[in-house]
Design a protein around this ligand. Structure first.
Ligand code: PLP
Length: 472
């Protein structure tokens, strides 16, 4: 596969370069594959549908062709995904895609675990470790730390703002031993990011230590997220007739979004032949993308804190990839968009529980409410010319191509549940009066001793610490 760049289409590079560099330093752009090869119709139409691992293998293969042999790719996939991906029906036309069965109980495990193994693969021929530096405001750090833990040749240092992440998130970052460690910085998330960015531009540090980043713009985190879109759309297509008598339904993916990496992965799956009719871009009060779809103007802004805090992104970096793949008109025909404020999040967690008995987390609840409104008359209203006020929570006034699928009851929705509700127990308790059961793997982490190392917000102290403590 040839990879190019969102800002400079003359760039032609390989997978290894994209993975190890993260982004193109010369242009400041993001890497994207030059094409999205379709899986064969024979493969896609197989019944029963192929297993998650077989789908992952077939989808990943063209992107690593000539760089990772099939047997190594299969081993990477088997090692990355020892946990299930579940599709749970909650009412006749709604499914929840549970993406929280990985070690950190959030969907980021899918991308981070694949990335870690691919990086390790490309680092095999090197004699010194590759040091990953990552600044986190919460969830990314734990997914990356867990994904890289005990992966040969790689070493991870996580920086987080002391006192500014939840106690559970802190445990999930700070209790690793061996090749993963955390520094609790006396400062803000922005300070952590600045320390990391300064390290990357410090030539004297880089001549002593091999450094890399692991943030969500890396293409090796995006591609594997396409696997579960393909898998779940095939599962739902095959079982829909039995569940709701809709043969070959029009499948709508409802994606709770922040940085829009997850949704971009859905676009990739659709390009590769997944039977997906459309998407719902669902956000919290950080509604930069719904506003763009409504008005045609993209205005990045500072982020606002919400109960769905992993979606608190005011300047979604994958906007750049979506724009490189599609025109605004194409986006408008493919996407409905929706946003929800904090009161709406609480009400939606409760509504989902009252109507279905399913306990959904605050992130997934944004998707639940969006899909509920869409299937309960939202599309008819839009079609009849209702111009909702996009500055208020609700459905953005944009009529996607698939509105008639919903109106004619040919559509089924798959809501991506991006985190386990127990990670947000207090919010879920407030909404439903019930405390979600804590999975054993989270409970275990909460009992481990905290090993975070205190760090002042001072670049020279940080640099000295790295040089004294990291293996060269
Ligand atoms: C990161 C995250 C999101 C947002 O995903 P993006 O790819 O940034 O849009 C949603 N929910 C949870 C639980 C997350 O951790």
């Amino acid at each position: 596969m040839i990879y190019t760049d969102t800002r400079d289409s003359s760039v032609k590079t390989n997978f290894r370069t994209c993975v190890l560099n993260g982004m193109n330093k010369e242009s400041g752009g993001l890497y994207i594959p030059a094409s999205f090869p379709k899986l064969s119709t024979e493969f896609i139409n197989r019944t029963p549908e192929p297993s998650f691992r077989d789908i992952a293998f077939e989808m990943a293969k063209p992107y690593v062709e000539g760089e990772i042999p099939d047997s190594d790719l299969m081993a990477i996939i088997a090692d990355a995904y020892p946990f299930p991906t579940r599709v749970v029906p909650v009412d006749p036309v709604s499914y929840v895609l549970e993406l929280f069965h990985g070690p950190t109980c959030a969907f980021k495990d899918f991308g981070a675990r694949f990335m870690a193994r691919v990086m390790s693969y490309f680092n095999k021929s090197e004699s010194s470790p590759l040091h990953i530096l990552v600044a986190t405001s919460g969830d990314t750090g734990s997914a990356v730390g867990s994904a890289f833990h005990n992966v040969p040749g790689l070493d991870v240092t996580i920086l987080y703002p002391e006192g500014k992440i939840s106690p559970l998130q802190e445990k999930q970052l700070s209790t690793f031993t061996g090749n993963v460690r955390a520094l609790k910085v006396n400062g803000t998330f922005d300070d952590c990011q600045k320390l990391v960015k300064t390290a990357f531009t410090d030539d004297s540090l880089r001549s002593a230590l091999r450094l890399s980043s692991a943030n969500s713009i890396n293409i090796s985190r995006l591609l594997p997220q396409a696997f579960y879109y393909m898998y779940s759309s095939l599962v739902v297509r095959n079982r829909s007739r039995g569940d709701n008598k809709i043969e070959n339904p029009d499948i709508i993916m409802i994606v709770p979004s922040g940085n829009f990496g997850n949704l971009t992965s859905g676009l990739i799956a659709r390009e590769m032949g997944a039977p997906i009719k459309g998407f719902v871009a669902a956000t919290n009060t950080n509604h930069t993308i719904p506003d763009w779809i409504a008005t045609g103007e993209y205005k990045a802004r500072p982020s606002v804190e919400t109960y769905a805090n992993a979606m608190d992104v005011g300047a979604p970096s994958n906007y750049e990839r979506i724009q490189a793949m599609y025109s605004l008109d194409q986006v408008r025909s493919l996407f409905a968009s929706y946003w929800l404020d904090n009161d709406g999040i609480i009400a939606s967690v409760k509504d989902c529980y009252d109507k279905t008995g399913y306990i959904i987390d605050p992130h997934g609840s944004v998707g639940w409410k969006a899909w509920s409104d869409i299937k309960n008359g939202g599309m008819e209203e839009l079609k009849n010319g209702k111009k909702g006020d996009f500055t208020k929570p609700g459905l953005t006034p944009n009529l996607p191509d698939w509105a008639d699928s919903v109106i004619n009851k040919r559509a089924v929705g798959i809501i991506l549940e991006t985190a386990h509700p127990a990670k947000f127990g207090a919010t879920v308790q407030q909404a439903t009066g019930r405390t979600p059961t804590i999975p054993e793997r989270l409970q275990k982490v909460m009992e481990l001793p905290d090993r975070a190392v205190p760090m002042e917000n001072d670049y020279n102290l940080f640099k000295d610490w790295l040089l004294a403590n990291l293996q060269k």
